[in-house]
Design a protein around this ligand. Sequence first.
Ligand SMILES: [Mg+2]
Length: 157
Amino acid sequence: MQLVIFDWKWTLYHPPSKQLLPGAKELIEHLHAKDVKMVLVGKDQGGNMDEIVDKLDVRKYFHDIRFIKSAKTPEIFKEYIKELVPDQVWVIGDRIRGEIDTGNKVNARTVWMKVGNFSNEGPRSKEEEPDYTFHSLHDLLGLFGGAGDSAETEADG
Ligand SMILES: [Mg+2]
């Protein structure tokens, strides 16, 4: 694993409480300790997320952080993937019709965090199928060799 492209809201960040989701800090620190490059690509829907990233003290872990008004496109992800082998790249997000769909298009390994408002928006086609599905970041940490529960659910990859 060389690069992880994270979504922000409902993946690492819990908007109602304005806090990180449970397990987010542990996951980021685990990957950071393993020298995995991390980038954050979130949607800019107002609310000054850059300020919140600083307040939660997570900016230091990321190679790049951007909040975009447009949709997440393969071109945006490819800017980070560059010469990396796609299967060394992971894309983690809560939107099937967003991070997962786009991550699949660039041949990354995709992890669907099935939480929040879009947890019922499942894949409609093979192209939208995530490689892994998790309900908590603690469980995802287990997959990455951390001290999670490794209670992986619905994995097919
Ligand atoms: Mg999200």
